[in-house]
Design a protein around this ligand. Structure first.
Ligand code: GLA
Length: 739
């Protein structure tokens, strides 16, 4: 049993964690404890102590120490004496914004059901998940609030969401409906957030909490390049290998908010959910509103452990089971190789060469439809561009399939160009507010995904191509954010619903396509990593991590991304040099050594490579395939942090489940003359097992590799040896157990 109920106390117990809350004297829920697993008790008096503080309202005259602001609440409202930011706010028919949701009852459901309209976690395996459903009622508005807690005991994960149901007669407005609140008893934590921009996504930022509200979020209509829904709270002394840390993520791809509020008593309230700015929902009599799910996890064993347990959880309980453990194909994508300049022969030549190199899938990127020669036209016209591909997509697909390669195709379903037949036929399908000019982004505009006719149109177009060209794979891009939020399909009082309804439309299209064409592997993309989130991962098991393919930049991007997401979710490609985003020239070996740690692909015109480069690529692909399971499904460890110190070194490692096989890599950005000594301390090996490191005759014990470390010779040598070494170097270590 992972859900222990005593009177009005609920103890969610996982293998290593406890989450405890109870019904307070006023009938509302109070949080008691979340952290390292503790024994169950009939009561926890030490966790329910109340102290009266000055100048703070109390619940009742005869209960002066029941001061909502000083209590740890489970899912708080504003207006009854708790002045911290609330988890929700509702405007009733009379304009009042007060809610008092009192405990009514609970149910325990075996397993974990999927949500119907939103991406969600699930329990298709035998992981003993249980779901606790708490029902609370506000007597004045006759609204029901159900709080759902799915407990995954072996992953140390709890998934939370809330549902509001209007049992009254009149419509109410949800002004704010977040997914998770967690009140922690102190604020002695660092906040880890993953911030950046286009081509510079998810850089680690770690700062101590301070008094007041600190938050990350998005109002772009996508989870964004700039901030990511994954955050962590870690004790100041927590590092990769030890220490307490909480992880929070949201199964959602639109506007989000993650915030931590440190109050006057140095407690910390964490809130995550749909960003309340740009949100409002009319809840008519009889209707319900379901929030997205929030994933919550705790460990006392450091940040590597936190990433590993959350990542393993997603692979088993969020990602489409058909693909979660399936080897992902090594692909070649023509984007950086050709951009818009291609025809069937050119593409086929690239595909043929790629096949020789061991690559398994060819992906045709942007420019195959309408009359698209640059980014100003044709989005929405998902019919082949006959001037480039006169024989049609199906013909090209046949040639690719004839080479024994899989075939993938790029779409940007949610977008429209003014210069398109679609715009000429349906200008009203474009997102724009009345009497306002449309703001362009990358020369394009956004389709109203809240309009079911748009979703139907896109479903028809994409389905036709899946069938005609026998597509194995779709790269679903989204290259601009939303402006002038408004839908012609919604009445004035429902316009605040637009941003969420847009996401529901995107999810519905994904759901229809993945249900009807289950064999198609989807990769999500939004100008690289602009929608790298769990909502997308539910439908598209992998994502294009960043448009930045420069090895040095990618090291940081993938390192930052790895805190919140497992390697199997990260598309990572080797491209040509000088790099198109940075102009940097890095060795081919280094580019591959970074891209191995993810779903490997190539994104260059391989027909232009020298014989030597082709031989190197062939060897890289063979190496990756030989270790693919490790790279995609192995346990990942961050070793040296490229965001720390002078940022000159980064290293990481993957290990097999049994600890017998590992690949580690160490990257050095700039060579330094006469440098300090470096050692690489491996992780996750069996201490008593003997290992060999490829290219090294010595036999090591696991404990030696982990605690004494591998000596890394400096690569520059002497000034005479410069030609043998360069900046941007990488070394890959293959470690295998020997018996
Ligand atoms: C975005 C994607 C790229 C590529 C281009 C095509 O930028 O991130 O990978 O598909 O669009 O226009």
């Amino acid at each position: 049993m992972s859900i222990l109920v005593k009177e009005h106390q609920f103890h969610l117990q996982t293998d290593h964690t406890s989450y405890i809350f109870h019904v307070m004297a006023n009938g509302e829920l109070g949080q008691l404890y979340y952290g390292q697993r503790i024994h169950d008790q009939p009561a926890f008096p030490e966790l329910t102590v109340r102290e009266e503080h000055g100048a703070i309202p109390a619940w009742r005259l005869d209960q002066p120490d029941f001061q909502p602001e000083t209590l740890k609440q489970e899912f708080a409202s504003l207006g009854k004496g708790d002045y911290r930011d609330p988890a929700f706010q509702i405007t009733g028919p009379d304009g009042s914004r007060i809610s008092e949701f009192r405990y009514q009852d609970y149910r325990i459901i075996p397993g974990k059901q999927r949500l119907t309209e939103l991406p969600s976690t699930f329990d298709d395996s035998d992981d003993d998940a249980q779901t606790l459903v708490i029902t609370l009622v506000d007597a004045v508005t006759n609204l029901t609030l159900t709080l759902n807690y799915a407990v995954f005991p072996h992953q140390d994960v709890i998934v939370r969401s809330a549902q509001f149901t209007n049992q009254g007669q009149q419509t109410v407005t949800l002004n704010r409906a977040l997914s998770l609140q967690l009140d922690l008893p102190d604020a002695n934590y660092d906040l880890l957030q993953f911030s950046g921009s286009w081509a510079r996504e998810r850089h680690l930022v770690r700062q101590p909490l301070r008094s007041g509200i600190q938050s990350v979020g998005s109002l772009r209509g996508a989870s964004s390049h700039q901030q990511n829904p994954f955050i962590a709270l870690a004790r100041p002394d927590t590092n990769e290998d030890q220490g307490a840390a909480f992880g929070f993520n949201l199964v959602y791809s639109g506007n989000f908010l993650d915030q931590v509020e440190v109050d006057a008593f140095d407690t910390a309230r964490v809130l995550t959910g749909i960003n309340p700015t740009e949100f409002g929902w009319q809840l008519a009599a009889g209707q319900h509103f379901q929030t997205p799910e929030a994933v919550l996890s705790y460990t006392s064993a450091g940040l590597n452990q936190l990433s590993q347990q959350m990542g393993t959880f997603y692979q088993h309980h969020l990602v489409n089971p058909r693909f979660a453990q399936q080897p992902r194909p090594v692909l070649i994508n023509n984007w950086e190789g050709t951009y818009f300049d291609f025809d069937e022969d050119k593409l086929t030549a690239i595909a043929r060469e790629a096949k020789q190199l061991g690559i398994e899938m060819f992906v045709l990127d942007d420019g195959w439809f309408g009359h698209r020669d640059d980014d100003t036209t044709s989005l929405g016209d998902w019919d082949v561009y006959a001037a480039k591909l006169p024989n049609g997509i199906a013909h090209l697909a046949d040639r690719i399939h004839g080479l024994d390669l899989q075939f993938g195709l790029w779409f940007e379903p949610e977008m429209i160009s003014i210069d398109s037949d679609l715009y000429r036929a349906h200008p009203d399908w474009t997102v724009v507010a009345p009497q306002r000019e449309m703001t362009p982004g990358r020369n394009q505009f956004v389709l109203d995904m809240a309009n079911p006719a748009v979703v139907d149109y896109l479903y028809g177009k994409i389905s036709k191509l899946i069938k005609e060209a026998h597509l194995d794979y779709i790269k679903w891009d989204m290259n601009r954010n939303i402006t002038e939020s408004f839908s012609d399909t919604l009445p004035a009082e429902r316009q605040a619903e637009f941003a969420h309804r847009y996401m529901l439309g995107v999810y519905q299209l994904y759901a229809r396509l993945t249900t009807d064409y289950p064999h198609v592997l989807f990769e999500s993309c939004a100008s690289g990593g602009g929608r790298f989130d769990l909502g997308m991962m539910y439908y598209a098991p992998q994502a294009w991590t960043s448009d930045d393919t420069d090895a040095v930049e990618r090291l940081r991007i993938q390192y930052g991304t790895s805190y919140g997401y497992p390697l199997a979710m990260m598309g990572a490609h080797v491209s040509a040099v000088p790099n198109d985003q940075t102009g940097r020239i890095t060795p081919l070996e280094t580019r591959a050594a970074v891209a191995y740690f993810g779903d490997l692909g190539y994104e260059l015109d391989v027909t232009k490579c020298s014989a030597e480069e082709k031989a190197a690529i062939k060897a890289q692909v063979a190496f990756y395939k030989a270790h693919r399971e490790l790279f995609q499904q192995g346990t990942f460890y961050r070793l040296d942090n490229p965001f720390a110190g002078d940022g000159n070194v980064g290293s990481w490692q993957v290990v097999s489940d049994d600890g017998r096989h590992a690949v580690a890599a160490r990257y050095q950005i700039l060579n330094q003359p006469n440098p300090a000594y470096h050692r690489l301390y491996l992780r996750g090996l069996q201490p008593d097992q003997r290992y060999q490191v490829a290219g090294d005759d010595h036999v090591y014990f696991g404990d030696e590799l982990m605690h004494a470390g591998l000596f890394v010779p400096h690569l520059l040598g002497t000034t005479q040896g410069v030609e043998a070494s360069t900046d941007f170097s990488a070394r890959v270590f293959v470690i295998d157990a020997i018996d």
